[in-house]
Design a protein around this ligand. Structure first.
Ligand SMILES: *Cc1c(COP(=O)(O)O)cnc(C)c1O
Length: 228
């Protein structure tokens, strides 16, 4: 087995035991492979080991890998900060966007989504860490943003995404993810997705209801440039 395949089986076991610990079906937790900075050959290895969903943060880098891997039926997720001038290419080339945090970006994604494609799946990135985090919609602004996105024709609001302030304390991890889950429930909308949990905190995220864990380091190894 390659290292990537070994890492995937280790992650599958972590996901399985975290789900079972809270009586959840492990199949309800998707493994999103976060492949930023990694070469297309690594994604191909992950595909060969069974993964289909890949998350990228940087548009130009993602488009290059999409071209190199166009022979594979991959599902592409955009998970990085979004500038207005990137929305068209994102709307055209991804199935999911996890990092929508303002209405202007959502409106552009909806307008620019090719009508021949299914609606773009959207998660609203919410900031549950206060001033410690610069991206994400505030909990106060979330209900209005969610309602507005639901009204956009070429988007499908699926749920929330969060990147809490990193901590090794499981109680703090659980509290942050529980806050995301509560915000989602308070919206009272038919949402089915919670995108939360990364390499170091996926167990807490699964305990609090994550349906996508976004995993980079534990799958592909350390990245060779800085954190997003
Ligand atoms: C890089 C990144 C990840 C993966 O983080 P790891 O700690 O390497 O697993 C997950 N989500 C987002 C939004 C990222 O930018």
């Amino acid at each position: 087995m390659s290292t990537i395949a070994e890492n995937i089986s280790t992650l599958a076991e972590r996901i399985r035991s975290a789900a079972q610990a809270v009586q959840r079906d492990p199949a309800s937790v998707g493994l999103l492979a976060v492949s930023k900075t990694k070469p297309a050959s690594d994604l191909r290895e992950a595909y060969d080991a069974g993964l289909r969903d890949f998350g990228e943060n940087y548009l130009q880098e993602a488009l290059g890998k999409q071209a190199e891997l166009s022979d594979l039926p991959l599902i592409w997720h955009f998970i990085g900060p979004i500038q207005s001038n990137k929305t068209r290419a994102i709307a055209e080339n991804f199935a999911w966007v996890h990092s929508v945090d303002r209405l202007k970006i959502a409106q552009r994604l909806s307008e620019q989504r090719p009508p021949a494609l299914p609606p773009l799946n959207i998660c609203i990135q919410v900031n549950v860490s206060g001033e410690a985090s610069k991206s994400g919609c505030s909990p106060e602004d979330l209900p209005a943003l969610a309602q507005a996105i639901c009204a956009l024709p070429h988007l499908k609001l699926r749920g929330l995404m969060a990147i809490p302030e990193p901590t090794d304390n499981p109680d703090e991890q659980n509290a942050s993810f529980a806050a995301v889950s509560t915000l989602q429930a308070q919206l009272g909308l038919p949402l089915d997705t919670l995108s939360m949990g990364m390499s170091h905190d996926l167990e807490a995220a699964i305990a609090q209801g994550a349906t996508w864990v976004r995993i980079g380091t534990a799958l592909f190894g350390a990245r060779n440039y800085g954190q997003p």
